[in-house]
Design a binder for this molecule. Structure first.
Ligand code: 13P
Length: 385
């Protein structure tokens, strides 16, 4: 076939001969983005979670991890003890003023508190959106230097549809990137692709996906190295999210803050952490994304709150908030000790941390009233969730 330029074929698309236009449909089809059945609801859920002065309570520790936490206070890791501890958390009076959503482990989604009410009903009654961890955990990545990949895509659409029926309205999938292990482009791409496939599946079931590629604290690298790796991780993540046609208005992010590695001798102030982290986010995250809900990653309760406060000293294009587990629960657990008589003081400890982080979300946190327990570090090398 000859493409000799005639006056007809050299002009604009409108006058391209029919046979050339017919060669286009595949390419054109690839650009079609259809509105999903849950789009409006997803946007509303994401915006509800990202409301001023509120953040997420991550209480989705796997049974093994929850067991380690209970073990640290001498409480046996039974289903009923996990249930009791989580009942303490969700029934804390007034929690919904500071907490907009709670991430549950699958077991909790089907449990009831002692008076027979479902956990999801208790949360809705507190004006807290129930969420669910949907990944199936990390496993070693073959042919890597100790990196891992996140399982759980098989059968995910059936599970997310079922979780929606049970009352969940958002989801979490945590994949990790290890700086001292590379990271290899193989691991970074796998992490990003998995998150994007998960996010697309969740949106198809009406769950707002929290996208969490955690850059682990482990290592002796400096803060510049963390920024470099995080930029690559988020570049890949947004590339794959876009490829999977994920609606950015209906997702939330759960990044790690940009800090030096846990074993780096040079530490960073909250102002430095905030400057680096906001630089990363502004370079990589479109303003269509409603909320950025940081993980605490082993920082002390105090550090996590101070860093969040520093990030909210000026206007940001997105809601910048928290989705902490350890940095909300550490003092609560230690106060509870598995004793009924400590129930109320443990709930007071939760409200205190939630209120501190709520203030930090608004850039109004005052650390002068913090006790020494809030400054205790919680970093554990190779922590699994
Ligand atoms: P941490 O705040 O303890 O890092 O946990 C948050 C979380 O949900 C990790 O996936």
């Amino acid at each position: 076939m000859s493409f000799a330029m005639s006056s007809k074929t050299s002009s604009f698309v409108g006058s391209v001969p029919t046979n050339q236009r017919q060669a286009r449909p595949l390419a054109a089809n690839r650009l079609v983005v259809r509105a999903g059945p849950y789009d409006e609801e997803l946007i509303k859920t994401a915006q509800t979670i990202a409301t001023k002065g509120r953040g997420l309570l991550a209480m989705d520790e796997s049974n093994a991890t929850c067991g380690k936490r209970l073990d640290s206070i001498g409480v046996e890791n039974t289903e009923d003890n996990r249930r009791a501890y989580r009942e303490l958390l969700v029934t804390t009076p007034g929690l919904g003023e500071y907490i907009s959503g709670a991430i549950l482990f699958e077991e909790t989604l089907y449990q009831t508190i002692r008076d027979g009410k479902k956990f999801t009903d208790v949360l809705n009654g507190q004006n807290i959106v129930p969420g669910i961890k949907v990944d199936k955990g990390l496993v070693p990545m073959p042919n890597s230097n100790g990196e891992s990949w996140c399982q759980g895509l098989d059968g995910l659409a059936q599970r997310t549809a079922e979780y929606y029926k049970q009352g969940a309205r958002f989801a979490k999938w945590r994949s990790v990137v290890s700086i001292p292990s590379g990271p290899t482009s193989m691991a970074v791409q796998d992490c990003a692709y998995g998150l994007a496939r998960y996010a697309a599946i969740c949106q198809g079931s009406g769950l707002v996906p929290i996208v969490e590629p955690e850059v682990l604290l482990d290592g002796d690298h400096d803060i510049d190295r963390t920024l470099e790796v995080a930029q690559e991780v988020w570049a890949q993540t947004f590339k794959f999210l876009a490829d999977q046609k994920v609606m950015f208005e209906g997702i939330l992010l759960k990044p790690s803050m940009v800090t030096p590695g846990a074993e780096c001798p040079t530490r960073a102030s909250p102002e430095q952490v905030a400057a680096y982290t906001l630089k990363l986010l502004k370079r990589r995250v479109p303003p269509a994304v409603p909320g950025i809900m940081f993980l605490s990653g082993g920082q002390s309760e105090l550090e996590a709150t101070l860093n969040l406060n520093a990030m909210n000293q000026g206007p940001n294009p997105w809601h910048v908030s928290f989705s902490y587990a350890r940095a909300l629960q550490n003092t609560v657990l230690k106060t509870w000790q598995g004793e009924e008589s400590n129930w109320k003081s443990a709930q007071d400890a939760l409200i205190k941390r939630a209120a501190a982080n709520s203030a930090a979300q608004k850039g109004e946190y005052d650390p002068s009233k913090e006790g020494s327990e809030a400054g205790e570090g919680m970093y554990q090398k190779g922590y699994t969730y």
